[in-house]
Design a protein around this ligand. Structure first.
Ligand code: ZN
Length: 125
């Protein structure tokens, strides 16, 4: 009779994120904090929680606060530097990007009473 060892071997994949490249904080399009940094993600094939085999890697922007991520590379959209926030080019929206909600201010009370001065008011003769 063969001995059969049943070892609990756990396989899995794990993604590591390392800061990389431009470390000037950028403005996050999701949470609007200047907490977006350049980073590199790498997928690892791991056995028993030990990363053994490096799989694919990606260059990304990642927000250290809300974990927003976007692909990073030459020619790709990049998050704005603080204090300078142009809208992303039309036709491309990073994941999670929402157009800013500009509330239209209702026509409030004007500084002048609307009845004053009455344009077509002439004193009766
Ligand atoms: Zn964020």
């Amino acid at each position: 009779m063969d001995f059969f060892f049943c070892l609990p071997v756990l396989f899995g994949c794990k993604t590591t994120v390392k800061p990389e490249g431009d470390q000037n904080p950028r403005v996050c399009p999701r949470c609007n904090n200047a907490a977006v940094i350049g980073a590199k993600t790498r997928n690892w094939f791991e056995i028993c929680f030990v990363p053994l085999v490096p799989l694919s890697s990606k260059h990304i922007w990642t927000c250290t606060i809300c974990n927003w991520q976007s692909p990073r590379g030459n020619g790709l959209w990049e998050p704005a530097l603080p204090g300078f926030a142009p809208p992303p080019p039309a036709g491309y929206q990073p994941p999670g990007w929402q157009p800013a909600q500009y509330q239209q201010t209702p026509p409030g009370p004007s500084p002048y009473p609307s009845q004053y001065p009455p344009n077509n008011y002439y004193p009766p003769k």
